[in-house]
Design a binder for this molecule. Structure first.
Ligand code: 4AD
Ligand code: MG
Length: 482
């Protein structure tokens, strides 16, 4: 008999028929009640074992973590908190799990311990919920863009360029690493002998390739893995993360902000509607955690309230220059714990500045735009009419409470001459990016796009606080165990 998913059994309105379910034992109480989970939902289905007619040998093997197959009658349950249960007539152990050795005991484990067991942590309630929410968000991303007529583009993982010009790339090479790699006369490595005949790396962003497609297909998006060798061991950075990068021909910066805000709200709304039970579980988990904090540090809103708040309010749009003024004006208030002293126009905002703006000042998501040209990437559109020394670019960062930067984007420099001059000033090799410059040579047009860090979005929606806990197998400095 084909087995049913637990989620379908729990939602079943018909009872008293024979069903089969397969899953993993969460708990086994009183030699009689199995809590069975198959991953389809946060909820377990109770399976009632006829222990008098089940051999002791089999009962002993119903342990936490074991894979089993049960067949029985789906019946109304007398137990509290569940509508139906399976009254088991046949039970088969598919895979044993040694109760003494199985690391995922039915108790609360620390997140650190669970990270060390990333291959098993998804069997816990919290990680099951997080990974289902992640999957739903990913689906919503595709649905949003597909409904709006965007085309999905797969940009290369191995590239010859540094899209962000930040030098944070992982190199890819087929050359030997033992010192025997072919050398040029000056002793440097001869990459002509490398697999691709040049130096290559893992992509930090699909933007540049995405732009070439936007200049033909009009509206495109990427959704793929990106890699950064930045040595930031923080709760917001991964060495391998997933990025969503839409790029739209003829969109200016204001259109870009509208798109980003609409997109973020859509995917959150979709997930709130689809993942009610998982989000409720994560909300309760957070409420428990909050109880251990002093009153003053507790969050004013629950997880679902936070999500509704984002859906119901406009993101606040503020220029970099205005933000600096706000930060300066806030400085004299020494009573507050924040250190947000910033005196100089032109300085990059630190995460404490971003947090102050979002969490204390505006108390809502903020879109910061028109950043100083000096602190942003080479491809951003230079604003007209800016004072010499105070040039700004049409950049936008979206800042979220508890997360900081969730989106980075811009209107792109569409003017060939201006772009080439900028590249020269920054020492970016024009020859390397000849194909990128072709977009400005042939039919150039205003266009814009942004990158949303998918894990930062999952962090926000799940209420988790460490980015390592929202990706199946995190890659961080000194850590690629799995
Ligand atoms: O601001 P970033 O560096 O922008 C770009 O890469 C542009 N090329 C995007 C574009 O315009 N198409 O990165 C975009 C977003 C950040 O806002 C952040 O959410 C996320 O990617 N991000 C990271 N997420 C996790 N770990 C890291 N190390 C990240 N670096 C960036
Ligand atoms: Mg950025």
């Amino acid at each position: 008999m084909k087995h049913s998913k637990v989620i379908d059994l729990l939602n079943s309105t018909k009872t008293l028929h024979e069903v089969t379910a397969k899953g993993w034992v969460r708990t086994f109480r009183n030699n009689q009640f199995i809590a069975l989970n198959d991953g389809s939902t946060i909820h377990n289905i109770q399976c009632v074992v006829d222990f008098e007619n089940t051999p002791d040998e089999t009962l002993k093997r119903i342990t936490t973590g074991a894979a089993i197959c049960v067949t029985g009658t789906l019946a109304e349950s007398r137990g509290a908190g569940q509508k139906v249960e399976i009254q088991v007539t046949k039970l088969e152990i598919l895979g044993d799990s040694d109760a003494e050795k199985f690391p995922m005991q039915p108790k609360k484990h620390s997140l650190e311990f669970l990270r060390e067991n990333a291959h098993l942590r998804v069997r816990t309630n919290a990680f099951g919920a997080i990974m289902r929410v992640r999957s739903t968000l990913a689906f919503a991303v595709h649905q949003y863009f597909q409904e709006k007529g965007f085309f999905y583009v797969n940009t290369p993982i191995i590239t010859g360029s540094d899209a962000e010009g930040a030098g944070e790339m992982f190199q890819v090479t087929s050359l030997p690493l033992d010192g025997s790699a072919p050398r040029n006369e000056d002793g440097s490595i001869n990459y002509k002998e490398d697999f691709f005949g040049k130096q290559t790396n893992l992509t930090v962003s699909g933007q540049l390739e995405g732009e070439t497609f936007a200049m033909a297909l009009g509206q495109i998006y990427t959704f793929g893995p990106t890699f950064r060798a930045e040595n930031s061991n923080t709760s917001r950075h991964l060495a391998e993360f997933w990025m969503i990068e839409p790029e739209v021909a003829f969109n200016d910066l204001a259109d870009n902000m509208d798109l980003a805000e609409d997109f973020i709200k859509y995917v959150i709304k979709y997930t709130v509607d689809k993942c009610g039970d998982d989000l409720k579980f994560l909300e309760n988990r957070l409420l428990e955690e909050e109880k251990s904090k002093p009153q003053a540090e507790r969050s004013e809103m629950t997880l679902l309230e936070k999500l509704s708040f984002v859906l119901d309010n406009n993101f606040k749009r503020v220029s970099y220059t205005e933000a600096i003024e706000i930060l300066r004006d806030s400085t004299p208030n020494k009573k507050k714990k924040f250190r947000y002293i910033i005196n100089e126009w032109g300085a990059d905002l630190q995460s404490e500045h971003e947090r102050f703006l979002v969490e204390k000042h505006f108390k809502c998501p903020v879109i910061l735009f028109d950043y100083p040209a000096k602190i942003k990437a080479f491809y951003m559109r230079l604003n007209d009419n800016t004072e010499p020394g105070k040039e700004t670019v049409r950049a936008m960062d979206i800042l979220f409470p508890g997360i900081g930067e969730i989106v980075g984007g811009s209107q792109r420099e569409e003017r060939y001459d201006v772009l080439v001059e900028k590249m020269k000033a920054l020492g970016i090799d024009e020859e390397e990016l000849w194909w990128y410059l072709d977009t400005r040579r042939f039919g150039s047009a205003v266009h814009s796009g942004f990158g949303l860090g998918f894990e930062r979005l999952v962090l926000f929606v799940t209420g988790m606080t460490n980015i390592r806990d929202v990706i199946p197998f995190p890659r961080t400095p000194q850590n690629a165990e799995f």
